[in-house]
Design a protein around this ligand. Structure first.
Ligand code: FAD
Ligand code: SF4
Length: 476
């Protein structure tokens, strides 16, 4: 008989909403061994095709089964620079777990009994953080003489590109506009999903490889792209992300207390708004919070808002409004489950049409139309179709809009030679990730795609390989 999956322990929902500690705990050794033992070690492992960076999943699971945790870690590291991060945030149910042999055909996401590849990756990654890297990381012996590459942006794309280049002996300087590195991993994904200590560790690892990080530097403002070449950098990688929020364009969207999810999360995760007045950046906390959207950003914003209410002794009341059904939600399934367990309520098939406010300009309610699902759109998901005459209103004193993010134009807007598409994303050669400017490469959310951490890292690795190849050719 098939063994049921082993899931890691989680903090009880009532306890966890009182703070920002990580919700999911790492597997114990016993749990990891039990889960690894369920893997069939398939002759043709279908899981690997589902991993955007092609980790040898079968091999690292076999190494865990053999208690060879160090090599399990190193197997993952061959393809993925940050196993502890990806083990926590990868949407595995749409990737490797979905293509695992245990997932039944034609499901939109992995079956429950697909191997918990991501939790095993985290187990190996956390083992590596504690037992491998501290002993073995050192700057590469070889330095390619005088060669320097600038990386703009320190999200997963920039960090990953920097790591690959540094390991090849190239001197890398990362320029980051914010005062701390990490990109969305720092300011978007809340600490209860990815602890800052994990991120700090992975970034410190780059420091040991000799990567320098210059924060508070906006390329396109503090200095221009061509100035980097004048300063002697031989190539530049752009990992600018997509940090510009998109709004719905409906009446009343400018009322006070309507936040973009990015601003709301940045204020809380990055600026410590939940510690106000100890921290200097506050955020308003309402009694009736409505988050609009169905992705990871919407789930994070809703769960953060719920915690703020709890911490401030306000009865928790957070709703998510989404215009399709739960099946079409792009968020990780685990985050949806966690949000529900914590007390977030969901209204599906609703389309906001306007906000109403009071005489002080504060939002007071949201008006919506109900929807039904129509034919699939370009994303393959069934399109929401509004139902005439189905208007309804909901009380709302904080609204958080998480309906999408767009490319940031700070650099592209002042660099006319850098070709962008109609959405403002940087155009690249898909094989080398080189842009329309020679020796300028790009990857991650700034070039579009699925918008996941692992995909951003995969693109960055491709760019790094192309940069290394060109620089080595130049030197030979
Ligand atoms: P980013 O992470 O956005 O980093 C870009 C960096 O570049 C930023 O630090 C920015 O400050 C800096 N920058 C921008 N312009 C300049 C400039 N001109 N000069 C200097 N620095 C600059 N994906 C998952 O796989 N799993 C998840 O669970 C998940 N959850 C998410 C939750 C939220 C709230 C959000 C917003 C996204 C989430 N994603 C998730 C998506 C994922 O985080 C992104 O796809 C990924 O971070 C993209 O990486 P990146 O390096 O391209 O960009
Ligand atoms: Fe097979 Fe799934 Fe194990 Fe991959 S993870 S080897 S597909 S059982």
């Amino acid at each position: 008989m098939k063994k049921p999956p082993t899931n890691p322990k989680e903090i009880d929902p009532k306890a966890r909403i009182a703070g920002f500690d990580e919700v999911v705990l790492c597997y114990t050794e016993k749990e990891a061994l039990a889960e690894a033992a369920r893997c069939l070690q398939c002759k043709n492992p279908t899981c690997i095709a589902g991993c955007p960076v092609g980790i040898d999943i079968k091999k690292f699971i076999a190494q865990i089964s053999a208690k060879d945790y160090k090599n399990a870690y190193l197997t993952i590291k061959e393809k993925n620079n940050f196993p502890s991060i990806c083990g926590r945030v990868c949407p595995a149910e749409y990737q490797c777990r979905k293509t695992c042999i245990f997932t039944k055909k034609d499901l939109p996401f992995a079956s429950k009994d697909a191997i918990n590849i991501h939790f095993l990756e985290r187990f190996a990654g956390d083992y590596g953080m504690k037992h491998v890297e501290h002993q073995s990381t050192r700057a590469p012996e070889r330095q390619i003489n005088g060669i320097r590459v600038a990386v703009v942006g320190s999200g997963p794309a920039g960090l990953s590109c920097a790591g690959e280049l540094a390991r090849a002996g190239i001197k890398v300087v990362i320029f980051e506009s914010l005062h701390k590195p990490g990109g969305v991993l720092r300011y978007g994904i809340p600490p209860f999903r990815l602890s800052p200590e994990t991120l700090d560790f992975e970034i410190a690892y780059l420091g040991k490889l000799g990567v320098e990080i210059k924060t508070n530097t906006i390329i396109g403002r503090t200095k221009l792209l061509n100035e980097l070449f004048k300063e002697g950098f031989h190539a530049v990688f752009l990992g600018l992300g997509a940090g510009t929020p998109s709004f719905m364009g409906i009446p009343g969207e400018n009322f006070c207390n309507i936040y973009s999810a990015n601003e709301f999360l940045t204020r809380v995760n990055f600026m410590g708004a939940y510690k106000f007045p100890e921290a200097h950046t506050p955020v308003n906390i309402g009694k009736d919070v409505i988050t609009i959207g169905g992705g990871n950003t919407a789930m994070d914003a809703a769960r953060v808002a719920l915690r703020l209410q709890k911490i401030n002794n306000i009865d928790t009341n957070v709703k998510v409004f989404y215009r399709r059904t739960e099946n079409e939600m792009p968020a990780r399934r685990l985050e949806i489950e966690h949000a529900k367990e914590e007390g977030v309520n969901f209204e599906f098939l609703v389309q906001p049409i306007k906000f109403e406010g009071d005489e002080n300009g504060n939002v007071r309610s949201i008006e919506c139309l109900r929807c039904r699902l129509g034919e699939p759109d370009s994303s393959g998901r069934r399109r929401p179709v509004t139902i005439e005459g189905s208007e309804f209103k909901s009380k709302c004193d904080i609204a958080i809009i998480a309906t999408g993010l767009l490319a940031n134009q700070v650099l592209t807007g002042v660099t006319p030679l850098l070709k962008t598409d109609k959405w403002g994303n940087v155009e690249v050669n898909p094989v080398t990730m080189e842009t329309s400017i020679k020796n300028v490469y790009a990857g991650g959310d700034i070039v579009g795609g699925e918008g996941t951490v692992i995909e951003a890292m995969g693109m960055a690795k491709k760019a790094a390989a192309a940069i290394i190849e060109r620089l080595e050719r130049k030197l030979s």
